[in-house]
Design a protein around this ligand. Structure first.
Ligand SMILES: *Cc1c(COP(=O)(O)O)cnc(C)c1O
Length: 379
């Protein structure tokens, strides 16, 4: 494996940081290859919005492009510009902006400036695009049940009847609950999408996000849009995670202390030691993206971290910059200042931490802190 490389944009040295976030680009690429194998002969695009779900848009896009990924989805024009710059060595890479054209003509110009294609979701956006970028390719989002973005089937039919309809190079829709395999809405959305797709026989079609790729209906069409699974999230929450973890978060213990039974920990004393306990404090908190909702309070367990192979629960409130762990069960000599605990990795995935916080792994990933020393392992 090549030597770990700190990515320049996040050049925080380990000795300046309170935690190390290791991003395994080889695992990212493996996950993309696994998804591409599943969707073949359809293409598998990478969704790299929100800084590639928090792991870093530039390193992610470069690693995926080198592996052969040809199509990218972002949300905003600012992300499209970053993706285009990162992909400068891959002139044919396609970049789509899922949120479409914000700010009218100025927004259209921002997308054109980086040769990005809007995902158009309304007739007004369609008009704007035709006016600002005649003939330039765009995707069309047809709403099939999210009621969030996208045009109705009737509106899509109006676009299809427009003499400029040839600009539509991709027709797409988005599942509301593809991670729930037996959700009836999935089949209803597929049925509606079939009708939308028929309106644009020359455009490519795209329906599936990560979880959609695992549906038995195989709604892959020409292009799948994989995000979460690439970053190691579980696209099949009812079954073991088929993806490789991409992020690993490790923090050194700052202090160790012993407390007596009934000692309380942290703000508002929400946790009390059920007996004599050994506690360890780490320098990571909610400002670093560990949810405060993962606090360990009396009667309700919170998050956990691994120390020497032992799960150590969070005790007391997660504070801005600190978390206290109950390390009583870990080997005595392992619980020492400087010893590394693992908050995310093979044992504790983003889905696990999210479950302890009443959230989803997507939110854990996209909230990953900016104060970590980020280390990228080569693709
Ligand atoms: C974010 C997003 C995706 C990717 O979804 P994952 O569940 O992360 O794979 C695909 N399509 C659209 C429209 C999205 O907004």
């Amino acid at each position: 494996m090549p030597a770990p490389q700190a990515f320049p944009r996040d050049a925080i040295a380990p000795e300046q940081a309170q935690a190390i976030l290791t991003i395994d680009l080889a695992a990212l690429v493996d996950n993309w290859r696994a998804m591409a194998a599943r969707t073949a002969p359809a293409e598998c695009a990478a969704v790299v919005k929100a800084d590639a779900y928090g792991i870093g848009l530039e390193p992610a896009a470069k690693a995926l492009a080198a592996a052969g990924c040809a199509t990218y989805f972002v949300a905003h024009a600012s992300e499209a510009a970053r993706a285009r710059a990162a992909l400068s060595a891959f002139a044919h890479a396609r970049v789509y902006a899922l949120n479409g054209i914000a700010w009218g003509a100025a927004g259209a110009a921002a997308l054109l400036a980086c040769a990005a294609r809007p995902v158009i979701g309304s007739l007004a956006e369609w008009e704007t695009w035709l006016r600002c970028a005649p003939g330039a390719p765009a995707a069309l989002h047809v709403d099939t049940g999210m009621n969030r973005l996208g045009m109705s089937l009737d509106e899509a039919a109006q676009v299809a009847a427009d003499p400029n309809a040839g600009a539509v190079d991709l027709v797409m829709s988005h599942f509301a609950s593809s991670e729930v395999a037996d959700e009836p809405l999935n089949a209803a959305q597929i049925a509606l999408f079939e009708r939308a797709r028929a309106l644009f026989p020359r455009a490519r079609a795209s329906m599936s996000n990560s979880s959609g790729v695992f549906l038995s209906a195989r709604p892959h069409y020409d292009l799948a849009r994989a995000g979460y699974a690439l970053y190691g999230g579980n696209p099949t929450p009812a079954a073991p995670n088929p993806m490789r973890p991409v992020v690993r978060l490790q923090a050194p213990i700052l202090q160790v202390r012993r407390v007596e039974a009934m000692a309380s920990v942290g703000y508002n004393a929400t946790w009390h030691a059920p007996g004599p306990r050994t506690l360890a404090t780490i320098g990571v908190g909610y400002a670093d993206g560990i949810p405060r909702a993962a606090s360990g309070v009396d009667g309700r367990p919170g998050g956990e971290a691994m120390l020497a192979g032992v799960r150590c629960p969070f005790v007391g409130r997660v504070s801005m910059d600190l978390i206290v762990l109950d390390v009583t069960q870990a080997p005595q000599d392992a619980a020492a200042p400087g010893a590394l605990v693992e908050l995310l990795g093979h044992e504790i995935g983003v889905d696990d931490l999210a479950a302890r916080a009443g959230s989803i792994g997507y939110e854990i990933l996209t909230a990953l802190g900016r104060r970590y020393c980020r280390v990228y392992l080569g693709a």
